[in-house]
Design a protein around this ligand. Structure first.
Ligand SMILES: Cc1ncc(COP(=O)(O)O)c(C=O)c1O
Length: 363
């Protein structure tokens, strides 16, 4: 049978998001992972204890609380929202998927501000949505006029990532406010990195019923492997998102671990502060290296440009990889020629990165 003939066109056309996988049980200590914006400042013993404690207090023979309701309660209590204003899923990625299920079908338009996180485009195209691209300005700020000009009645969603991956900057609140007031669809503000920044628009959900804020436990809490992301929005948006989710989408270990993580917020906050301090250390060190120039960051990563002549970001990334330091080449993206994104790590990781980069530039 020719299976391809049966497959939906959107799926055939879809390009897969490639990730270099590490198959070992634990991250190989010899490989310095600074390519996926994970958080290794949280010691592995701490997450191990969190998981064991979570496992001890639940029974995995039973189905988990439906639609992540245990985690929803913990998050809404923690943030001071009602449970009807929060939805959870397997990572912020799955929340994007759910939003597309609710709002996007063939012919719908989804606006994406580039360069940014690629999964908005992936999920929009999966549902047959038409991606409309608007570029950031050269200084990486939002081009609000261009966004509003390109939007029309078929534009269902606008994705704004703040702080933006991979540029690292948080957008001006006044720009987001103007979008919420003038854009005629839902404005999705992806705040996966907001814990490393100084501001957030999460408290605006009661003022704007077209605001949908995404958050993640993968970054600040160092729980990327557990897969828990959430949406905070008006109860109207949350109601429809809950309608399209399977009844047992988030497993019980993850839900209980989230309860415990939020009970231990002060511990995680301390580690977030540590990452922010390391970010400053890394920035200072990058500024002292000839042949690169870095951009300011409000996130747990830094974007820098390879400025040395006759050298590309792809070559530097490969040379770093040969030295067991993984970073993310972003040089093929518009506005980001010869740029590399590096995740802020522990002091040890950051020192290894700095010496590997110096060698890679001189090789
Ligand atoms: C901007 C942004 N949003 C969402 C995600 C994915 O979050 P999660 O791990 O919760 O699916 C990432 C991961 O890199 C990201 O950079």
């Amino acid at each position: 049978m020719k299976i391809k003939k049966l497959v939906q066109k959107e799926v055939i056309d879809l390009s897969c998001y490639e990730v270099k996988t590490i198959l070992e049980r634990k991250t190989d200590e010899k490989i310095v992972k600074m390519n996926l914006n994970e958080n290794f400042a949280i010691p592995s013993e701490a997450v191990e204890k969190l998981l064991l404690d979570a496992c001890r207090s639940i029974d995995v023979r039973a189905y988990p609380p439906p639609r992540g309701s245990l985690a929803v309660k913990a998050i809404s209590d923690f943030l001071g929202f009602s449970e009807s204003e929060v939805a959870v899923a397997n990572g912020a990625d799955e929340i994007m998927d759910l939003l597309m299920k609710v709002f996007v079908r063939r012919g719908s338009k989804v606006m994406v501000v580039e360069p940014t996180f690629p999964m908005y485009t992936f999920f929009a195209e999966l549902y047959g949505g038409k991606k409309v691209t608007v570029m950031l300005k050269k200084d990486f700020s939002l081009n609000v006029d261009a966004i509003l000009k390109k939007a029309d009645k078929d534009t269902r969603l606008l994705f704004v990532c703040s702080p933006n991956n991979p540029t690292g900057n948080q957008f001006r609140e006044s720009d987001i406010k103007r979008l919420l007031e003038e854009f005629k669809g839902v404005v999705v503000v992806d705040e996966a990195y907001a814990d490393f920044a100084t501001g957030s628009v999460i408290n605006w959900i009661r003022d704007y019923d077209n605001l949908a804020v995404l958050r993640s436990f993968s970054k600040a809490f160092g729980l990327a492997g557990l897969r828990l992301g959430y949406l905070v929005s008006s109860k109207h948006v949350v109601k429809y998102v809950q309608r399209v989710v399977g009844p047992f989408n988030v497993n019980s270990v993850t839900q209980q671990a989230i309860v415990l993580a939020l009970q231990n917020w002060s511990y995680f906050k301390e580690k977030i502060n540590l990452v922010v301090n390391e970010r400053e250390w890394l920035m200072k060190n990058l500024q002292q290296i000839d042949g690169v120039s870095s951009y300011p960051s409000d996130a747990n990563f830094i974007l820098f440009k390879v400025t040395k002549t006759n050298l590309t970001s792809a070559v530097v990334t490969e040379r770093m990889e040969n030295r067991n330091v993984l970073v993310k080449d972003r040089g093929h993206l518009p506005l980001l020629e010869n740029c590399i994104r590096v995740t802020v790590g522990t002091r040890n990781m950051n020192e290894t990165f700095v010496s590997a980069l110096k060698e890679a530039l001189e090789e």
